[in-house]
Write a protein that binds this ligand. Structure first.
Ligand code: A2P
Length: 265
């Protein structure tokens, strides 16, 4: 019997898995039942995981991919062959249980940004996860006129999750019309050619992105930025923002950009 089966509905903080989707041999997403009293803001993360063989919780931070109004809670994960959690988590099946702590937190929230007209969501790899939530939140479309979702991956097949998500947002009953009018998806690859080739950071700093879309360059007067990817990407994008005069915001002090490291391992 696997360690996963050791979690039951009697285990503290257990939640039932509803569905699992494998996108590539390295990426999967899954949804769990939303506990009745569980509230969060779009863009936040929670600690989720399994039990070790000794029965101790093995937890990692995962951004919630579903919006705050959804009945389900979604997650998007990498599969690391020797990763303590993901080597096992990748095998979960509907009707099994995982642990989800009930304390959502994080800085990638609309409340940490001051008002502006354009919102740039800059992600690499599984860093798209919090933006999956944000692009399905009606408040995003109330606060911003234009939303640009940049998602850089090594290979084209790693872009399918994001593409399906954006298609879903654009046909959604609640936000479909707004998303169609305001959301621009910019998926790019770095290790094989695709419609858009290059790191999101390079596409911004070279100006290629703005030329391509025929829109004004990044400017603190009109724009806000949310960043989520590897440590290296976050640092590079933070430097681009700071050079352009953006200040980092927080829940307690909203400003012009926010960042969070994507979970890996
Ligand atoms: P690259 O192929 O040029 O390294 P990873 O799987 O390593 O997390 O990478 C996911 C994506 O993030 C890849 O397209 C990778 O590009 C890109 N990337 C890695 N480092 C940076 C960085 N410092 N800034 C922007 N993108 C980066």
């Amino acid at each position: 019997m696997s360690d996963i089966a050791a979690i039951t509905d009697q285990t503290p903080d257990a939640v039932r898995v509803l569905s699992v989707q494998h996108w590539t041999d390295r990426l999967f997403s899954f949804e769990v039942e939303r506990p009745a009293s569980f509230r969060f803001r779009s863009g936040e993360f929670v600690m989720i995981g399994l039990l070790t063989e000794q029965g101790k919780p093995l937890l990692r931070a995962y951004s919630i991919t579903t919006p705050f109004w959804d009945e389900k809670i979604g997650f998007y994960s990498i599969k690391v062959a020797d990763g303590p959690l993901t080597s096992r988590l990748q095998h979960i099946k509907p009707d099994e249980f995982i642990i989800m702590k009930r304390k959502p937190t994080g800085t990638l929230v609309l409340d940490a940004l001051t008002p502006a007209s354009r919102l740039f969501l800059v992600s690499t790899g599984t860093g798209i996860a919090p933006f999956a939530s944000i692009i399905r939140d009606p408040e995003t479309y109330e606060r911003f006129d234009e939303i640009y979702l940049l998602h850089g991956c090594r290979f084209a097949d790693e872009l399918s999750y994001g593409k399906s998500l954006v298609a879903e947002a654009k046909s959604d009953m609640l936000i479909g019309e707004q998303a169609t009018a305001k959301l621009t998806h910019l998926p790019s690859t770095t290790r094989e050619p695709s419609e858009l080739t290059g790191r999101p950071t390079d596409l911004i700093s070279s100006g290629e992105l703005f030329d391509r879309l025929n829109i004004p360059a990044l400017s603190v007067g009109s724009d806000r930025v949310m960043i989520c990817g590897s440590m290296a990407m976050n640092q590079d994008m933070k430097a681009i923002c700071e050079q352009a005069g953006f200040n980092e915001g927080a829940n307690s002090q909203p400003a012009e950009f926010v960042l969070e490291k994507a979970f890996v391992g």
